[in-house]
Design a protein around this ligand. Structure first.
Ligand SMILES: [Ca+2]
Ligand SMILES: [Ca+2]
Length: 150
């Protein structure tokens, strides 16, 4: 009788433990990072180069991963664009971004004004180059610039 009660009790107690163990990996804080880019409204600021982004935070980094809206002429002068959300483990407090260019396309040089990042729809940082730094100005040559948090 006593043994049976213990068995029932241990089963009842084990269920929440198993549920907790199963739920733990899923709740290891995956976030959806959405990037918005404001291209400077300056002559030749736009580009047709392939642009990638790396997002750096206190708990890790994401990318480099392409910033691309399929079928859209991205990164044109003065444009403010939203890019497809990227799923990633929670990066923690964001510190900086790196933009990469392959220097492809005519007048490849690119001038970004600012980049805004949202995590699960919440604004988590606005980033700018330290100076008026152009990216990918040398044709077909890989280049990168760092953007710092405002
Ligand atoms: Ca250009
Ligand atoms: Ca373009």
């Amino acid at each position: 009788m006593k043994k049976r009660l213990l068995r029932v009790l241990s089963t009842v107690l084990a269920v929440p433990m198993i549920v907790g163990a199963l739920a733990a990996p899923a709740s290891a804080a995956t976030k959806g990072y959405t990037v918005y880019v404001q291209t400077a409204n300056v002559d030749n600021a736009g580009t047709d180069s392939n642009i990638k982004i790396k997002i750096l935070g206190a708990n890790g980094s994401l990318g480099p991963t392409p910033l691309d809206n399929p079928g859209v002429n991205d990164f044109e002068q003065g444009a403010y664009e939203k890019f497809p959300t990227i799923s990633s483990p929670d990066l923690g407090n964001l510190s900086s971004l790196i933009l990469y260019s392959d220097g492809s396309g005519s007048k490849s040089g690119y001038l970004v004004d600012y980049v805004k990042v949202y995590a699960d729809g919440v604004h988590v940082g606005t980033f700018r180059p330290k100076a008026n730094e152009w990216l990918g100005e040398v044709a077909l040559t890989s280049d990168s610039i760092t953007l710092v948090k405002l």
